[in-house]
Design a protein around this ligand. Structure first.
Ligand code: NDP
Length: 444
């Protein structure tokens, strides 16, 4: 690590004490962006990166609600409005007991670069609450969402800040949040994305992150004269991103040999079939566990284990941050895995990424590889403004094109002498568009 990067990260640590995920994400970006800034005078001297790491605004609020027993419960809600240089704030809401300011700031910071890479007019934000929808009745989830939106509506709007889903916030939660916004404001606007397709949502939005991830992997493989056909894919997670990444991999002739959830990993060496995947989608929609799928189909269930010890060609970590560490990376390399693409946000630790770089594993960071979700959210916003709806095929081909363009940006900014550094490409490519917009807008 060069000395100006070290100095910058020390400054970030001082200013953001205890925010380990946020510091980790800033450090990852700084290593590629600071050397770039140093060689481009227009970004040097203007403290662009110092400005980018400060959220424009952080909103933190109380969410009181009544549970089914008539008792009062209190959660903490957040919205981090990170950067509006290229458009209104845009990014998901996460409902999970693990939510805290550090995690939301890291997600919002990643979102700045990701949204920039899509080429769409999308600023960046992230939000959520330390509420766990798992094990709650529909009525309790609705009560919570209504209370959450009763405060959040003051800070969002179709031209100001447009939230979406993330972990713990799916179609059900989006419906309750949108319904409460509409009641309070008395207007039907595209204030949230991920809506049902009958009430303002876009075709392909549920599939977009997973499909987009696979389109990005296909671009990497094409560039290196390879294809997905017959490849063994280890997927982690069994939620929205994992399900549709698995679906697209199977469609393209690959074998999805694992899926996982917070209880463990299911392993089928022959590859999970389309019918089995439909069963899993249904099971997860009903908030069931993968263990039950493994039992029904008599597959191995590796209790408490992650998929990374299983021999595969390509790994798609699609569950959560820091789920793939140095030891996991070492096992993947030993098993000849040649490509790791992040469907989740920051699933690989810095030590794991270092191993991928050392062994020339193609490593695609989430801010590029999982940008398909927010890209189609951007397309949902366009359709809402137009009061129009594009067909499934139209949205899918726009998604594919956006993923191809993101790949081209990564190649342009990440090209080294004899390989493509996708991490650097995504960081620098995302940075340039934001930095230029900030410079054009004066001291913002
Ligand atoms: P979901 O809530 O639909 O699914 C998350 C999955 O990950 C579940 O299967 C869950 O298991 C599993 N999981 C969560 N925490 C852990 C853990 N600590 N260890 C093992 N497994 C875990 O979320 P999404 O699929 O929407 O999101 C997954 C990731 O993708 C997140 O990082 C998110 O930020 C990122 N992402 C999502 C986008 C989207 O469009 N949805 C867009 C871009 C990024 P269980 O079922 O047991 O809870």
């Amino acid at each position: 690590m060069n000395t100006s990067v070290k100095k910058f990260i020390n400054h970030v640590k001082q200013k953001n004490k205890g925010e380990k995920e946020f510091i980790q994400s800033v450090a990852e970006v700084s290593e590629s962006v600071i050397p770039y800034i140093a060689s481009h005078t227009k970004y040097d001297q203007t403290k662009i990166l110092e400005r980018m790491i400060e959220p424009e605004r952080v909103i933190m609020f109380r969410v009181p609600w009544l549970n089914d027993q008539g008792e009062v419960e209190v959660n903490r809600g957040y919205r981090v409005q990170m950067n509006s240089a290229i458009g209104p704030y845009k990014g998901g809401l996460r409902f999970s007991p693990t939510v805290n300011l550090s995690i939301l700031k890291f997600l919002a910071f990643e979102q700045v670069f990701k949204n920039s890479l899509t080429g769409l007019p999308l600023g960046a934000g992230k939000g959520g609450a330390d509420f766990d929808p798992r094990g709650r009745s529909d009525n309790e989830v609705m009560k919570f969402c209504q209370s959450f939106m009763t405060e959040l509506h003051k800070h969002v709007g179709e031209d100001m800040d447009i939230p979406a889903g993330d972990i713990g916030v799916g179609k059900r939660e989006i419906g309750y949040l949108f319904g409460q916004y509409k009641r309070i404001k008395g207007e039907f606007t595209g204030v949230i994305t991920g809506k049902g397709s009958e009430w303002g949502g876009s075709h392909i939005r549920p599939e977009a992150t997973g499909y987009g991830l696979v389109y990005f992997v296909e671009e990497i493989l094409k560039k290196h004269n390879k294809s997905l056909k017959g490849k063994k894919i280890a997927v982690s997670g069994a939620g929205n991103v994992a399900q549709y990444a698995a679906e697209k991999c199977i469609e393209q002739g690959a074998k999805v040999i694992t899926l996982s959830d917070s209880k463990g990993t299911v392993y089928n060496p022959k590859g999970i079939s389309v019918e089995e995947l439909e069963f899993i989608k249904d099971l997860k929609n009903k908030r069931g566990e993968l263990k039950d799928f493994a039992k029904k189909y008599a597959y191995d269930f590796l209790e408490g284990e992650k998929p990374w010890g299983i021999k595969c060609d390509i790994a798609l970590p699609n569950a959560t941050q820091n789920e793939l560490n140095e030891e996991d990376a070492q096992k993947l390399v030993e098993n000849d895995c040649f490509c790791v693409a992040e469907g989740a946000n920051m699933p690989c630790t810095p030590e794991a990424i270092a191993i991928f770089n050392e062994y020339n594993v193609f490593y695609a960071p989430g801010k590029a590889a999982n940008a398909g979700g927010v890209a189609v959210s951007g397309l949902e916003m366009s359709q809402n403004s137009l009061r129009y709806s594009w067909t499934r095929n139209e949205v899918d081909s726009k998604l594919r094109q956006i993923m191809q363009e993101i790949h081209q940006i990564c190649v342009k900014y990440g090209k080294e002498k004899d390989y493509i550094n996708y991490e650097k490409g995504a960081n620098v490519g995302g940075f340039v568009r934001i930095a230029d917009a900030m410079l054009a807008q004066g001291l913002v």
